[in-house]
Design a binder for this molecule. Structure first.
Ligand SMILES: [Zn+2]
Length: 282
């Protein structure tokens, strides 16, 4: 067999529901890019949220992706050099990163209640769901007194007014301003769950991912994550953000799970080829 290139891409579904047509588009692009680059595609099960992740959705997502004809060579079902591939089994990696950030003062404990935040936070200026944190706990200096992250929210201290620029491989040059486009974001939740931003950076780095393919709704998260890469002393991968799939009335397909779930399409007689066609057209 010819040697694989150094390209490493990933599929990173969350088992919090059934995969649908909007997801299929992103996964298809990820699979195509890995193939075009003669690279390795891995599957990571992003099951960190114990409330929302369900084992039946985890098995359904593997099955649905396989049904679509997407193949990966490392994953929870296949093992691999960077196992485990389920985030719920990777806590030690996230804890190491938390300690590193704590020790350098890059994060601080935040005890603001939801009510505090609702009263003072400025509303997000676009569809990004995280309001800009007003900074009430930002001056706290007691991070070092915590041996464990549990019990408070941990926020990353973003460098206010610093422009964060990167060139997306699909969407071109991007620019965000820290503190204005996004505020001090949570990297570890008070219920002791590592936040998406931290887990993804730690895993993409540990799994030696060279290119991240995901939806354009995560562009701003990429700016946040670039700050985490820098704080952790790691080099970021390349980013390729896919266009979001909209229906005829301009609503994101991701918001309409049921009728367009791959499971439903399959059960109503849609073939993988038809689904791929629809996912590619959209
Ligand atoms: Zn606070």
């Amino acid at each position: 067999m010819p040697q694989k290139s150094a390209y490493r891409g990933r599929l990173a579904p969350s088992p919090t529901g059934l995969l649908h047509l909007g997801h299929a588009h992103t996964f298809l692009v990820a699979a195509q890019r890995a193939q075009q680059n003669d690279g390795t595609l891995i599957l990571r099960n992003e099951d960190l949220d114990p409330q929302r992740s369900k084992a039946e959705f985890a098995s359904a997502m593997l099955e649905d992706l396989q049904w679509l004809g997407i193949r990966w060579s490392e994953g929870p079902d296949r093992g691999g050099h960077f196992a485990p591939y389920s985030q719920s089994e990777r806590r030690e990696h996230y804890l190491n990163a938390w300690r590193k950030l704590r020790d350098q003062g890059a994060i601080y404990p935040c005890t603001c209640s939801r009510k505090d935040l609702a009263q003072s936070a400025s509303a997000p200026n676009d569809s990004d769901d995280e309001p800009i944190y007003p900074g009430r706990c930002r001056s706290r200096t007691d991070a070092a007194s915590f041996d464990e992250p549990a019990g408070v929210n941990w926020r990353f201290r973003v460098p206010h007014n610093e422009p964060i620029r990167f060139t997306d491989l699909h969407l071109g040059p991007q620019s965000f301003v820290a503190g204005r486009d996004f505020g001090d974001f949570i990297i570890w939740r008070r219920d002791d769950v590592p936040a998406y931003q931290l887990a993804v950076v730690v895993d993409d780095n540990a799994m030696q991912i060279t290119e991240v393919v995901r939806g354009a709704d995560l562009l701003k998260s990429t700016a946040r994550q670039l700050l985490l890469y820098r704080a952790l002393g790691d080099s970021p991968p390349d980013f390729y953000h896919c266009d979001l799939v909209l229906d005829n009335s301009g609503v994101r397909l991701a918001k309409r799970h049921d009728s367009l779930s791959l499971r439903h399409l399959r059960e109503t007689g849609c073939s993988p080829a038809e689904v791929l066609h629809r996912a590619t057209l959209s």
